[in-house]
Design a protein around this ligand. Structure first.
Ligand code: PLP
Length: 451
């Protein structure tokens, strides 16, 4: 098929530059073209069916065929296909969604602001934080702390917050004002014999040292995903967020919880901040807010953030920030309906219950010779592959084994995602125990084929 000049594969190679892809290698590998979706399954152009064990990009919570979302979009599209929220204007779906989010927030929040992607939302959070520092008469308070292995997006600011080499190399990033503290990856980075609590204490000390070295009066905020996703599904070690927040409070540093993956049920509570007792000043949400049927993202900010921003906007005359499509009415209507479905169908409880089964199946594969560590919470998890369990050494070059097993899984009908040698599992929230077994039976088979 590929050899036919007008095949979709050939035209893809000819005309399409893919995101997150080795552009030269793509000419050899070619595309996997997904044509249809049904529940937790997707089907490619040749009719082969896969379990989408990554929910697309950690995002299609309600599965790939939710008619209520199609109907919500159609209805809103017919009624008001576009409007915006610049200069005092607005529309009902966005007011409803703002109210819904603020009501759902696990800690007191004051206002919601709308953007189109996780990156834009994090970028916006950074601008709000800088604007606030100026409003407070603290223009020197502009540095932002993020973490190694963090993922916050790919715009210039959010890619700078991201703590992964591939998002910095050859892009001349990170920008100034963004600092990266240690990552909470216990299995990779703890000292020999160090318990999770001891490791968390050391990381909180690292954070405090960084703050003191830079000058506490120059640090505005720290960003963190409750559970790191694209950095390899790094679950915080015991005591981590508690100890980090003690340091942040001591120096009056804002906490931004990036809930782009964790939000709306993934970790077994509505928000990851609940699972890990985080008390953020800003929450950033996207992906599962609309199950990614349409692009929309949001920030929630508390009074500590909103009030100075309101004062400064009054002084200048405006808060000069916003996107043409930010809070698009059709996307907002879809998000509202999606949140209704998550609540009505108890998908958060499902994430907890079926997630417990998924964690059991993950734990079982930890015994496999190629598996160095498994980790996760509720319906998000990963296995990290190694050539040698004792030394944790990779198999050939780093990422080679992850890529191989990911390819075998795809042949065996499962779409996963390898981040180096860590393979992630983040299936739709509607999944059941039997379907989890289908995924992990195929994982066991694929590991045996690779061994
Ligand atoms: N924040 C987190 C935690 C993410 O996982 C992602 C994307 O995977 C982003 C931000 C960026 O979102 P987007 O790709 O919509 O810009």
């Amino acid at each position: 098929m590929d050899s036919q000049p007008n095949s979709p594969e050939a035209r893809d190679k000819k005309f399409h530059m893919h995101a997150y892809t080795n552009a030269r290698r793509h000419q050899e590998v070619g595309p996997l073209i997904i044509e249809k979706g049904d529940g937790i399954y997707v089907e490619d152009i040749s009719g082969k069916r896969y379990i989408e064990a990554m929910s697309g990009l950690w995002s299609v919570g309600v599965g790939f065929s939710e008619k209520r979302l199609v109907d919500a979009a159609t209805k809103q599209m017919a009624k008001l296909p576009y409007y915006h929220s610049f200069t005092h204007k607005g529309h009902s779906p966005l007011i409803d969604l703002a109210e819904k989010l603020v009501t759902m927030a696990p800690v007191p929040m004051s206002k919601a602001f709308f953007t189109n992607s996780g990156s834009e939302a994090n970028d916006t959070a950074m601008k709000m934080i800088w604007f606030r520092s100026n409003a407070l008469g603290q223009p020197e308070r502009k540095k932002i702390i993020s973490r190694k292995r963090a993922y916050h997006g790919v715009t210039i600011a959010s890619a700078s917050l991201t703590g992964l080499p591939n998002n910095h190399l050859s892009f001349d990033l990170p920008i100034a004002n963004v600092l990266h503290t240690s990552s909470p990856h216990h299995w990779r980075e703890a000292l020999p014999g160090e318990t999770e609590q001891q490791f968390s204490t050391r990381l909180a000390d690292d954070l405090e040292k960084l703050i003191l070295a830079e000058g506490p009066e120059t640090i505005a905020a720290m960003f963190g995903e409750p559970v790191m996703g694209a950095g390899g599904v790094v679950v915080p070690p015991a005591g981590y967020w508690e100890k980090i927040q003690v340091v942040l409070k001591k120096y009056d540093i804002l906490l931004v919880a990036d809930e782009v993956i964790c939000g709306f049920g993934r970790t077994g509570n509505m928000f990851g901040s609940e699972t890990y007792a985080m008390q953020p000043d800003i929450m950033v949400m996207s992906k599962q807010i609309s199950s990614s049927y349409l692009p929309i993202s949001a920030l929630m900010i508390n009074d500590k953030v909103f009030e100075p921003i309101a004062d400064e906007s009054n002084r200048i005359g405006t808060f000069g920030h916003g996107f043409t499509a930010g809070g698009h009415p059709v996307a907002a209507a879809v998000a509202l309906e999606n949140l209704k479905i998550i609540e009505e169908r108890n998908l958060v409880a499902n994430a907890r219950e079926v997630g417990a089964h998924m964690q059991k199946r993950l734990a079982k594969i930890a015994a496999h010779d190629l598996v160095g560590e498994v980790r996760g919470v509720a319906l998000i998890g990963a296995m990290e592959l190694v050539a040698d369990k004792a030394t944790k050494a990779p198999w050939g070059s780093a990422g080679a084994l992850g890529g191989l097993v990911n390819g075998l899984l795809q042949q065996n009908g499962i779409i996963s995602r390898n981040m180096g040698d860590a393979l992630a599992f983040c299936p739709p929230l509607i999944i059941n125990d039997k379907q989890v077994d289908d995924i992990f039976d195929a994982v066991e088979r694929s590991l045996d084929e690779a061994a």
